[in-house]
Design a protein around this ligand. Structure first.
Ligand SMILES: Cc1cc2nc3c(=O)[nH]c(=O)nc-3n(C[C@H](O)[C@H](O)[C@H](O)COP(=O)(O)OP(=O)(O)OC[C@H]3O[C@@H](n4cnc5c(N)ncnc54)[C@H](O)[C@@H]3O)c2cc1C
Length: 479
């Protein structure tokens, strides 16, 4: 069966990969000249990579880890020490660590919290532990019910003081969703906390050993192509044309550089774009249907990713860092964390600026200047004094609409991958799956879409479908 998929982000590629495994022929149509969507990366004229986002992988990403294993590229993940490291804004240039010992969960995470006395008082730890109990005992059902509250409201309801939310969870909230704790749905942080508490290596972090475009997306494309499928760049979906019964007749693909538009016909069709693109591209007659109307409740959140190259080494830390600053979210010295970007003499900081709504329309110069001002607090020794670190060059990548904005009440708007149209499906990290807008969520959504397609249409290779639907069994234990 031929399946046309619009979008070569991780969701579209994962969908195509699993369709290939089930004996189908996916044709992935990507609007841009680069693979990966939100994980896309480019090489500048010096040969240095810059990316849409600083991407951290977690042990609690079973579907991503299984995908890498199936492709034979799991060794491309560089696993870091099992610890979470936070800057201390009141003690510039110092760090507070949550070192997770190698003992069974949830004792490992609990031990890391109990042993950290910089960020939480004993009273706060106790209240937080009591507050978290229903999430651990009642599980995902309770976590989903908490979608009506922001995380800050949820903390208040547990009697946990505001300082915990502004001081500690600002970092986690911005890292996971690019918005602050007063804006983010409690479901998001509780889901992440639950995974970290339930999986021994859930909070262990890895970095890819090079650019996601080459090191992650390209091998998925090779797999799809080897199985008879195709991934076509510069092929933007322009229109979804319908049959009289409301099902999809064909995709119209916009011709690039003066070429004529053309028709792409398949047995089945998938839109694996962001939710913002999906909303505008859906045919008018469908927009009256309740299923598609719900998409109006979702929209992408702005975020900015910066790369700053310096004339010296600013840090030797080989790990993701949580800035706890109002401007920045997470950052890493990629000259330490990523094999292909390694440099023993100079730092390349990759930093996420979030929330970005007030910054997205500012110039790159303004954004870099504000970030450097923030770095003076994070690295006072290198930016104060007579010989401050010199910025050699920078790249700023702005994404005005990235992952769906995970404010309270959004869960009800996240659609299933199966739609009311028999030959039409959705994929994307915004669609309903147990993970938030993340690489894991994108890979899982694509897999669920492939599964829904195989279930609703004749299956070419039933044994492979069985593999597809079997729950994943892999983790970061061996790393
Ligand atoms: C700054 C930043 C940092 C992040 N950090 C992390 C992290 O540390 N860990 C993590 O797990 N996740 C992280 N994420 C989130 C993660 O990148 C996304 O959740 C995931 O990549 C989304 O994949 P997707 O396939 O659902 O959507 P997308 O990546 O948005 O893919 C959609 C694709 O559709 C294409 N498209 C759009 N319109 C059309 C059209 N008309 N025709 C054809 N194609 C079209 C787009 O070009 C794109 O390639 C981060 C994201 C950003 C932006």
């Amino acid at each position: 069966m031929r399946v046309a998929i619009a979008g070569a982000g991780l969701a579209g590629l994962s969908c195509a990969k699993y369709l290939t495994d089930a004996g189908h022929t996916p044709i992935v149509l990507e609007s841009r000249d680069v693979l990966g969507g939100l994980v896309a990366a480019w090489k500048d004229s010096d040969g240095d990579w810059y990316e849409t986002g600083l991407h951290a992988f977690f042990g609690a990403y079973p579907n991503m880890l299984q995908l890498l294993k199936e492709l034979g590229i799991e060794d491309r993940l560089q696993w870091k020490e099992h610890t979470l490291i936070f800057n201390q804004p009141d003690k510039p240039g110092t760090y507070s660590r949550f070192d997770v010992p190698d003992i069974p969960s949830p004792f490992n995470v609990i031990a890391s919290i109990l042993r950290n006395n910089d960020m939480l008082t004993w009273g706060q730890k106790l209240r937080f532990a009591v507050g978290l109990t229903p999430a651990v005992v009642r599980g995902q059902k309770y976590v989903e019910e908490m979608d009506k509250y922001s995380f800050k409201e949820w903390l208040e309801r547990q009697g946990i003081d505001e300082r915990v939310s502004t001081d500690v969870f600002i970092a986690a909230s911005k890292a996971l969703t690019f918005i602050n704790p007063e804006e983010v749905s409690a479901t998001i942080l509780l889901t992440a906390l639950n995974r970290f508490l339930q999986e021994r290596y859930g909070s262990k972090i890895a970095f890819l050993d090079g650019s996601p475009t080459e090191r992650l997306c390209a091998p998925i494309v090779d797999h799809i192509t080897a199985g008879g499928g195709e991934v076509r760049l510069n092929a933007p979906l322009k229109e979804i044309v319908l049959n009289e019964d409301g099902s999809v007749k064909h995709f119209v693909i916009r011709g690039i550089n003066g070429a004529a538009d053309y028709i792409e016909t398949a047995d089945c069709y998938v839109v694996a774009t962001s939710v913002d693109v999906a909303k505008v591209i859906l045919p008018k007659p469908w927009q009256q249907m309740e299923y598609f109307q719900k998409l109006e409740g979702l929209e992408g959140v702005p975020v900015i990713n910066l790369h700053l190259w310096f004339d010296r080494k600013l840090t030797d830390i080989d790990q993701l860092l949580f800035s706890r600053s109002p401007l920045l979210s997470v950052y890493a010295d990629m000259s330490n964390t990523c094999r292909e970007y390694a440099n023993p003499d100079r730092s390349m900081l990759e930093l996420v600026l979030a929330p970005a709504k007030d910054w997205i329309s500012k110039s790159d110069e303004e954004i870099v200047a504000a970030t450097i001002a923030e770095l003076e607090k994070l690295f006072p020794d290198d930016f104060g004094g007579e010989n401050p670190a010199k910025l050699l060059k920078s790249h700023v990548v702005k994404t005005p609409r990235s992952v769906y904005k995970a404010t309270p009440g959004r869960q009800q708007y996240r659609p299933s991958q199966k739609t009311p149209i028999a030959n039409f499906f959705l994929a994307g990290s915004y669609t309903m799956q147990r993970y938030l807008g993340s690489m894991e969520g994108a890979v899982l959504s694509g897999k669920l879409t492939a599964q829904a397609i195989c279930e609703s249409l004749p299956v070419a290779n039933a044994s492979n479908l069985q593999t597809l639907t079997r729950p994943p069994a892999t983790n970061a234990a061996t790393a």
